[in-house]
Design a binder for this molecule. Structure first.
Ligand code: SAH
Length: 417
């Protein structure tokens, strides 16, 4: 299902409403608030061919092809169709004999992420809400910029971390995504248009990637491998609040993947006031783990009025950034995630950034993208579910056309480092 909202979105809510009417059976999500564990299973579905790294998939296919007495080169042909030149269904792999396509359909059905909502911003940013096989919903955002196409992907359904400014945090944790459900976000984009293959991928959508390390680990390989999407490691960024075991595992990968730390506060008490994870992995421990990372790290710093945006905060942040040689990426707060927090004003953000730069720190202020769509982390799902809830209520009460209570949104861009 595909909906493209125009640039000027005269009545976005009506578009959502009509979309929802075509899928009346969608359940209302009820969020559980349980904390996640690194061992949480991705989903009840058994791992598929698509959950394997390209090499492991090739090995399985080589064996499968040999068992059927087929020529060995068929394994290579089939493997190419997983990620390099993906097909929506085996029947589209016309270089293979019809009988083999039918066998593949039975042995290795191709999983898909159903595009339930697609929003197009006037600045070209596109946001997708994908419905997974078990009904879970996740988001991705594609941000074009010159010759770059950055895809912001989700690693979990919901998030357990409950950062006070984040829409996904408000949902609570649903479940971990499988390797396929992570890499499949890229696959679906490429299936729509191979020219949209992202040049950059950031794990800055829903969820905490380092609380789902086994799946993120495999998906990094799928994104980066020549037999996968062949996206350069330096163009792939994992963003984390600082989950220490995950950071250690990530640091052990030999590739030049990038690390971004969601710092958001320059002292432990300030951080604790907006990020409950500070209790478990405190600022000092996170900084030590980041220092052990061989490559340059980025600090993400969301600007919240009166919380972390004073000159003294900039000075303390500069000290931390200098210690690690870190780049600071300043994010305007998107109020969608935090109705009770006040975004720092644009002039204040500029002077905060200037103060960092005056102290020799490289600081970028993230340009807002997708201003006319729900481009901030978790917002589209929240909005869609609010709409579903309203519709169900209205269907029961009046059986008239549903409408959405959502307000038009502005947005910070979804994370291009
Ligand atoms: N859990 C990971 C990745 C997902 S969030 C992490 O925290 O790094 C991606 C980035 O968006 C994080 O830096 C997060 O703090 C930021 N973010 C979340 N809600 C936001 C909001 N309302 N406004 C601005 N940035 C937000």
């Amino acid at each position: 299902m595909r909906v493209t909202l125009g640039a000027s979105l005269a009545c976005p809510n009506r578009s959502f409403a009509s979309l929802r009417m075509t899928v009346p059976s969608l359940a209302i999500r009820l969020y559980c608030n349980t904390m996640t564990a690194t061992t949480s299973t991705p989903s009840k579905a058994p791992p598929t061919l698509f959950d394997r790294t390209p090499r492991a998939a090739r090995e399985l296919l080589t064996q499968w092809v040999a068992e059927r007495g087929l020529p060995a080169y068929r394994a290579g042909q089939i493997s190419r169709r997983l990620w390099q030149a993906p097909v929506a269904a085996w029947t589209d792999a016309t270089e293979l004999p019809l009988g083999l396509r039918a066998e593949l359909e039975l042995a290795f059905p191709i999983p898909r992420l159903a595009a339930e909502v697609e929003q197009l911003s006037s600045d070209g940013t596109r946001k997708f809400l994908w419905r997974l096989a078990d009904g879970e919903a996740i988001e991705s955002v594609l941000i074009p910029s010159g010759t770059r196409r950055t895809l912001c992907i989700s690693s979990q359904g919901g998030c357990a971390l409950r950062c006070s400014f984040c829409a996904t945090g408000r949902m609570g944790f649903r479940r971990n995504l499988s390797p396929f459900e992570i890499a499949g976000q890229v696959r679906e984009i490429v299936l729509r248009d191979p020219a949209d293959l992202p040049t950059n991928v950031v794990f800055m959508g829903m969820g905490e990637p380092l609380l789902n390390w086994p799946s993120v680990d495999a998906s990094l390989t799928i994104l980066n491998a020549a037999e996968g999407f062949n996206i350069g490691a330096r163009h792939i960024t994992v963003s984390t609040v600082g989950i220490l075991p995950g950071m250690e595992a990530f640091a052990r990968r030999p590739e030049q993947f990038r690390l971004a730390i969601s710092l958001h506060a320059p002292t432990s008490p300030q951080r604790l006031s907006i990020m409950p994870i500070e209790k478990k992995y405190d600022l000092e421990a996170v900084l030590k783990a980041a220092a052990a990372f061989r490559k340059r790290v980025t600090f993400e710093y969301v600007m919240i009025g009166g919380v972390n945006d004073r000159d003294a905060d900039a000075d303390q942040l500069a000290k931390l950034a200098r210690r690690l040689g870190a780049l600071v990426n300043i994010l305007p707060l998107h109020p969608g995630g935090a109705p009770d927090l006040i975004p720092t004003t644009a002039p204040r953000i500029r002077s905060f950034a200037a103060r960092l730069r005056n102290q020799g720190i490289e600081a970028t202020v993230r340009r807002s993208r997708g201003l006319d769509i729900d481009a901030a982390c978790g917002q589209l799902r929240v909005k869609t579910e609010r709409t579903e809830k309203t519709e169900r209520t209205e269907r029961v009460v009046s059986r008239t056309s549903p409408s959405s209570p959502s307000s038009p949104s502005s947005s910070p861009l979804p994370q291009t480092p």
